[in-house]
Design a binder for this molecule. Sequence first.
Ligand SMILES: Cc1cc2nc3c(=O)[nH]c(=O)nc-3n(C[C@H](O)[C@H](O)[C@H](O)COP(=O)(O)OP(=O)(O)OC[C@H]3O[C@@H](n4cnc5c(N)ncnc54)[C@H](O)[C@@H]3O)c2cc1C
Length: 479
Amino acid sequence: MRGTLHDCQILVIGSGPGGATTAALLAEAGHDVLMVEEGGHFVHDSAPAYSMAEMDQKYRNGGLTPAFGQTKVTYVEGRCVGGGSEINAALAHPPMASTLEDWRQRFRIDQFGLEPLGSHFEAVERECSVASMPGGLDPASMVIKQGADQLGWASSEVQRFWQYPSDGAGKGLRQSMTVTLVPRLLAAGGRLLPLTSVHKLRFRGGRAVEASATTRHADGRRERVRIRFDKVFVCGGPTQSPLVLRRSGIRGKVGDGLRLHPMVRVAARFDREVNDPAAGVPVQQVVEFKPDLTLGCSHAALPHLVMWLGGEVEDREAKLEAWPKIALFYVLVTGKGKGKVRNIPGFDESFTSYPCGDDDLASLGQGLHRLGTMLFQAGAVELFNPLPGRPSITRPDQLEQLRTGLPHGQLTISTIHLFGTCPMGEDRSRCVVDSWGKLHGAANIWVNDASILPDCTGVNPQLTLMAVARRNVAHWLDG
Ligand SMILES: Cc1cc2nc3c(=O)[nH]c(=O)nc-3n(C[C@H](O)[C@H](O)[C@H](O)COP(=O)(O)OP(=O)(O)OC[C@H]3O[C@@H](n4cnc5c(N)ncnc54)[C@H](O)[C@@H]3O)c2cc1C
């Protein structure tokens, strides 16, 4: 087979939080590492945050990919050096001890839990500058705090992967992978090959020995590439890692256990200004019902807001005039369904399905009712109905329509948190990789990204997956 040939000791496929952590730590330990990334390598401010240009540059499929089912769930993923860490809200939420303990028992994960992982959480928090927002809460976060306080529900600020300026001037800088782990990889002598997508692994004598890939050049030319390696870490993220494995002939349960956090957004108008475009991402969440339910607020730039105001386009433009008094909130639940990721022969993209069933809709309905109750407590005067074609909700008693019997196929449900397509653990009847990320039955293949988290985290997952990735590399280096 022809094509440009690269050689390395360790190939890391994908450069998101899982891949960049893996590659940097292995390179710093003296290994010869090549990290390949399907997307481009951009500086953090290569496009305005949340702009169309950013979506073109850094998002897979421009930001929206459907997971099919009775009720469709669209999911968002990064596709650039740094993966999701370049486009996300950078909320760094520690997992609940009970979630990790539940995974340890159900999937039989060795040496697992909040305590064994403690030093890795501390290292990630230190190395990626996890910090609280200086100067107090933004106005939308204050809405959450006030409403929750009045109802006696616990809420708290979620810290972020963020370096805030010490003098309080400016917004500071998201500590994404291109700012943290990727420079460390390069400083340690590791190599990065962007715009290069690995198609599949090839085998000789029971070992994976080579990856076939394609590099896209700036002039549109596509070049076939071969990468020879001794060991490989697949870190393409929860929908792409299973695709690489399945295209390589590794099937079994690979891609079978897709779990996710279904999410519904609601715009709400208040009697006062609640939307401060200079404030950045709101950080307050209701923690009272975690891990089953999270209530929070989203970035609400005008192009985002307009999507959630309902009604005809002209109607929305009129509503937008009140934008300083409108903010965007969300309900996020731990999905009960188990989806699948499959490759379609002849196509690069995945076919993803997720059964968003009655129980997910019931959880979302319960969550929407709670969210509405809290927003009215905090002074909301109008909730733009998340059910299309229905009038706005202007009184708490009208929230009942959301609590029960949400119809299938009508709500706009999305997700930004996916897991479980290559679950970790010693229970081979349900796990694709072992307790440390090594593919069951393989000699030299590891998976080390969000796809190995075996179930919903119930919290923002990046901190958990980076601590787990770090732990797995430390174990690998010890072994
Ligand atoms: C909009 C958004 C907001 C979010 N907000 C938060 C938040 O505030 N806090 C939080 O904790 N989490 C958040 N998340 C989730 C978090 O970003 C993800 O859980 C995390 O990025 C997953 O990391 P990963 O390494 O598993 O995969 P990814 O981040 O998806 O990275 C995988 C990388 O591998 C590349 N790749 C895939 N296949 C191949 C291939 N075949 N060859 C080469 N390269 C390949 C991809 O292009 C991608 O860049 C958010 C996600 C999104 C999309």
